[in-house]
Write a protein that binds this ligand. Structure first.
Ligand code: ATP
Length: 295
């Protein structure tokens, strides 16, 4: 019998898929020659707690069943360990899973876990917290904070959260240091660091990002008028953001953000995070995580 596979399932992820996946896992894996266990998350942060607890049982693989938020919580515990992260993408956006080409079909994703082909990917670090897909402090952070307060966890929920964010948006004042040198001091519409080339729903603010290049893809866009905001959206949808004159696109190792506000509203892997600090440091940890990928 192969070593243990642990499944950590977010029952509220996606469009209710989290509620049925446990039965599918039990049905599929009980027919295979593997030892496995399933756990359901109860609240925000619980997936990290479970992952830390089950690491003491020396599992071979811990599988996050959910979206980018659940993957982030499970992977926090696996950074720089030998345990591989598996992903069953049942979230609503599934940005990281899309970049890794993880099958959307549950059965194909199960097969992938059994094949256990492992690649190393980098992790981003924002202060003491890891991210694997992206983080942002601009209008995206407002969208995600609005989304966190809605009950509609699907694309329509993002549309409604985005509309609210656009109409209420106040530019964010930051002083930005890139690789301890470049200084940008301005009011920003968008400030973003990415490890992955997809943010979810096929949308990308960093189409050239690679998960294993040891670099962060940085994007900053100064405050924009309404027409330019439409131009920004068109460039993002066309994956041509570097062609926009107002956009600064760079690959870096580290970024420091300073603001004159006592707290900083961020989105980290699509989840709302509030830092009670005005100084945010972002860096990259190369080859930090073993991830199961398709053959
Ligand atoms: N039982 C639970 N009740 C409420 N929230 C939960 C529960 N378990 C986990 N969560 C939280 O649900 C949030 C959303 O999870 P996740 O990102 O995996 O799904 P999603 O938002 O549908 O997918 P995506 O991020 O790909 O759009 C996470 O912040 C997670 O901490």
């Amino acid at each position: 019998m192969k070593n243990k596979i642990i499944f950590i399932i977010n029952p509220i992820a996606g469009k209710g898929k989290g509620r049925v996946i446990e039965t599918e896992i039990q049905h599929y894996f009980s027919q295979k020659n593997v030892e496995f266990e399933t756990f359901l998350t109860k609240s925000i942060g619980h997936a990290t707690e479970i992952a830390n607890q089950v690491l003491t049982k020396n599992p071979e693989i811990i599988v996050a069943c959910g979206g980018d938020g659940t993957i982030n919580e499970v992977a926090q515990a696996l950074v720089c360990s030998n345990v591989a992260l598996g992903i069953i993408p049942i979230g609503s956006g599934n940005g990281l899973a899309a970049n890794l080409h993880i099958p959307k079909s549950t059965e194909k994703a199960f097969e992938m876990i059994l094949n256990a082909k492992i690649n190393k990917i980098d992790a981003g670090k924002i202060n003491e917290k890891y991210f694997f897909s992206n983080m942002g402090l601009g209008i995206d952070a407002d969208v995600i904070n609005n989304y966190a307060q809605t009950k509609t966890r699907n694309f329509l929920g993002y549309v409604s959260a985005s509309t609210k964010a656009i109409f209420n948006f106040q530019p964010k004042k930051f002083s930005i240091e890139l690789d301890n040198e470049h200084i940008l001091d301005d009011d920003f519409y968008f400030v973003f660091c990415s490890n992955s080339n997809e943010a979810g729903y096929g949308i990308s603010f960093s189409p050239n990002a690679k998960l294993n290049d040891g670099k962060l893809d940085f994007l900053a866009v100064k405050k924009l008028n309404f027409i330019k905001q439409i131009q920004f959206s068109a460039c993002v949808l066309g994956k041509q953001i570097e062609k926009m004159n107002d956009a600064k696109v760079l690959q870096v190792n580290s970024v420091k953000f300073n603001s004159n506000q006592p707290k900083t509203i961020a989105q980290v892997d699509g989840e709302a995070v509030i830092f009670n600090q005005n100084s945010i440091e972002v860096s990259i940890v190369p080859n930090a995580l073993n991830v199961i990928v398709p053959n």
